[in-house]
Design a protein around this ligand. Sequence first.
Ligand SMILES: [Zn+2]
Length: 182
Amino acid sequence: MAELITNEQKEKQASSFLKIEDGSVITLKSNLVKTRTHFLREERSSVACIGEGCFFCQNGIPYRNEYFYWGTINGEKGLVRLPATVFFDLNESERMLKKDKQNFEWIISKSGSGLKTRYSVTRGSDVKVTEKEIEENNKKLLEKIEAYDKTMREKYDELSVEGKKEFFETEEEPPIEAYEER
Ligand SMILES: [Zn+2]
């Protein structure tokens, strides 16, 4: 497909990662896929954590778990990456409500930025999602995350170089831009 673009500034990098903003309404329509990465602040990039023998673990850079779902943010379908604190808040709600987090809309409040970003979650309307939908979405989710994981492993290979380690630092919640597909 080819098209002539006359407003070049409006061009955006393709990204299947939806961004959570203050007031975002999210739904989760799959099961969870968890990945493990290191965020390298200086590089503004994430790399895979390869587990045993990982260069970044060995250099004392903490890894982060990432919590991915297939769902919606403000009605738009795609990958939803939950901040860790939101994931655990939703787990807590799940226990109290005795219902899955997939059965509700969740409204996210976000304050601060960078290291000081804080999230809180309130429950919205009920959501109907079938087992079959969840299964289908799990497949889509795994496919996307496999592609993401491949990119993260390539970045691991590229950046796991001695002498660069002094640049590495971890932020609590790195900016979502760091996850955009290139
Ligand atoms: Zn690691």
